[in-house]
Design a protein around this ligand. Sequence first.
Ligand code: PMV
Length: 353
Amino acid sequence: MSKYFQATASAPVNIACIKYWGKRDTKLILPTNSSLSVTLSQDHLRSTTTSRADPSFTEDTIWLNGKLDEIKPGGRLSTCIDAMRRAREEVEDADPKAEKFSQCKVHICSYNNFPTAAGLASSASGFAALVYSLAKLYQLPASPKDLSIIARQGSGSACRSLFGGFVAWREGTAPDGSDSFAEQVAPEIAWSDMHALICVVSDDKKGTSSTAGMQRTVETSTLFEQRKAVVPGRMRAITEAIHKRDFDQFAEITMKDSNSFHAVALDTDPPIFYLNDVSRAIIAIVTEYNRVSLDAGGKRKAAYTFDAGPNAVIYAPKENIKEIVEMIVEYFPQESFKDTFALFGKEDVRGRL
Ligand code: PMV
C-alpha cells in the first residue's frame, strides 16, 4: 500500500443575525453587505470531513453523506481544493525537507449530522470543515482568517464557521477579495447564557437555492438598495449589543434583519417565499411573547430568525428557553415539526415534538 496522508476536521453551523444576501462578485463570492452570526456549539449541528491524499488516487473525489458528488472544474469545490493545494505547493517549494504530496489526488468524505440544504446552513459548516481538513492534511501555517477567505469562495456564509462565538464577515472593498474575511466579535463565553433553539419545520431541500435567490434579488428587487443602506448601522448596533450583553437590543435587530431579508426575497421577480405557515406562526408566538413582556415594562425575551428556508432559529437567554419550548409545544401538535427540535447551549435536549 502506498503511503497516504489523512486529516479530519469538524466545523459547526452558524446562524446569521445580520444576513448575507447578495453578491457583488459571484466568482470570488464577495458580498453586497457585511453580516454577523452566532456559531452554534460544536456538539450539535456540524459537518465532519476527512481528506486523504494518496499517490494511487487517480482523481479528486468527494462523497457527501455517503453519496458521490461531482467536483466541477472551476466550480466551488475545485476552487477551494485548488487554493489549498497551491498553498501546500508553496510549503513544499519553500522547504526542501517538506514531504512532497501536493500533486497527489485527494479523496474527501463529508458528513452532516443534520438535514442537508434545508435552510440549516449545511453549506456553511460543510465548506468550513472541507477547508479546515485540507489545511490539516497539508499542514499549512494558515490562520482561521486566511482559511475564511478560501472557505468564502466555497459558500459565503462558510467563512463565519471558522470561528466560534459571535462572528462578523466584513464585506471588504478590495476587488480581489483579500479584505473580505471573517473575524470573531466576541467568544462564546462572553455571553454563554445565550441559547439557540432550532425548530425544524421541514427537512425538505429548499426550493430556491441561496445562489439563485441572491442573484434574482440583486437583479430585480427595488427594496434591496434600502436594505443595503440600513445594514451598516445594524452591524454597529448589534456589535454594541453583544459587547454589552443587551439581549433586548440584540433581539430587536436580529428580528428586523430577518424580516428585511425575507421582504427583499418577496420583492424579487418572480417572488421567493422561504417562510411557510408554520414559520409565520412561530413569528406570531415570539412577537406575542415579547409584547406581553414589553407591555409589562420589561424587555424582549426571545428573537426569531430564518435563513433561506422555513426553519426557525430562536435566540433567547437560557432562563427563557423552557418557557419558549412549552409555548411552542402547546401551539403545535406533535406532527407540526417533521424532525428534531434541538436546544443549544451547554446541554442538549434534542427530541421529537
Ligand atoms: O452562504 P450561502 O450561499 O449558503 O448563503 C447564506 C445566506 C443566508 O443563510 C440566508 C444568510 C447568511 O448570512 O447565512
